[in-house]
Design a protein around this ligand. Structure first.
Ligand SMILES: Nc1ncnc2c1ncn2[C@@H]1O[C@H](COP(=O)(O)OP(=O)(O)OP(=O)(O)O)[C@@H](O)[C@H]1O
Ligand SMILES: [Mg+2]
Length: 142
């Protein structure tokens, strides 16, 4: 019998890439990843190391579903990430990009993008933890 709660519940956080190939334009002649198999184990601190352009960021983007694999599958806790609701996946993954983007609104609103429900105090606390509070206060409008 199917139980929708069980279907989306994740009990461990191993990330597994199985035969993952990827091309940004969908043309396999231009693939940037070819048959990648690996496991990022639960509670491990893991670095992907390699030459510039070798595909490290691309792997991170695929895990976060900014893009989908062209071939192969990615699993978190044994679940195909395509079967995990995006809202749930967003709760599981924090993505710090290499390139930084700020939206054209206040610093407070930019920080609050990470959690719309955050109180002002929580936003200030987050800024402090990221060691941004000092330079924010030097900005024209604080
Ligand atoms: N949005 C994109 N559209 C098309 N090709 C892309 C895109 N982003 C990256 N690529 C190409 O995919 C390949 C892998 O790039 P990726 O950014 O994943 O490498 P990286 O290992 O993270 O490099 P770096 O160490 O410079 O951050 C490169 O050839 C890159 O030019
Ligand atoms: Mg990169």
């Amino acid at each position: 019998m199917s139980n929708s709660k069980q279907d989306t519940e994740i009990t461990d956080y191993n990330i597994k890439l199985q035969n993952v190939s990827f091309s940004y334009d969908g043309n396999m002649a231009n693939k940037v990843l070819s048959k990648i198999n690996c496991i990022f184990e639960n509670k491990q601190f893991i670095a992907l190391v390699g030459p510039s352009g070798s595909g490290k960021t691309t792997i991170a983007r695929l895990i976060a579903r900014f893009w989908d694999t062209t071939e192969g599958n990615i699993y978190i806790g044994g679940k195909d990430i395509k079967d995990i609701p995006i809202s749930k996946l967003n709760e599981l993954i924090s993505f710090v990009t290499q390139d930084t983007y700020l939206f054209n609104c206040s610093v407070k609103e930019n920080i609050r993008l990470g959690n719309q429900e955050a109180t002002d105090d929580e936003v200030f606390q987050a800024a402090k933890l990221a060691c941004c509070d000092e330079f924010i206060q030097t900005l024209e409008d604080g």
